[in-house]
Design a protein around this ligand. Sequence first.
Ligand code: SF4
Ligand code: SF4
Length: 103
Amino acid sequence: MSIAINKGLCVGCGKCQKVCPGNLIKSDEKKKAYIKFPKSCWGCASCVKECKVDAIKFYLGADMGGLGSTLSIKGEGDITHWIIKKDKEEIVIDVNKKNANAY
Ligand code: SF4
Ligand code: SF4
């Protein structure tokens, strides 16, 4: 698993850098984020959850979603949408944060 950051979409808020437990994300001279150590990413998805402009693509890997599959996360009130995409296929898993301990 690893991530890729689209600098064209990044607004330089810095939130992904703050939450990365491995301090793997840095910012360039224009404050645009990039991952400096992609091989060290262990796929915690914290950065993806923080990015409100969908600039971070999270690659699931062949053993999870299939080769080329990606995960993105969108928040809507108490609901978090976990969106898995592969080619033209899309699966959405909705999790209510208020019921998160129910599972
Ligand atoms: S959270 Fe998103 S918008 Fe903010 S710095 Fe990171 S990639 Fe850029
Ligand atoms: S998925 Fe986790 S470990 Fe990987 S870059 Fe994002 S915050 Fe860091």
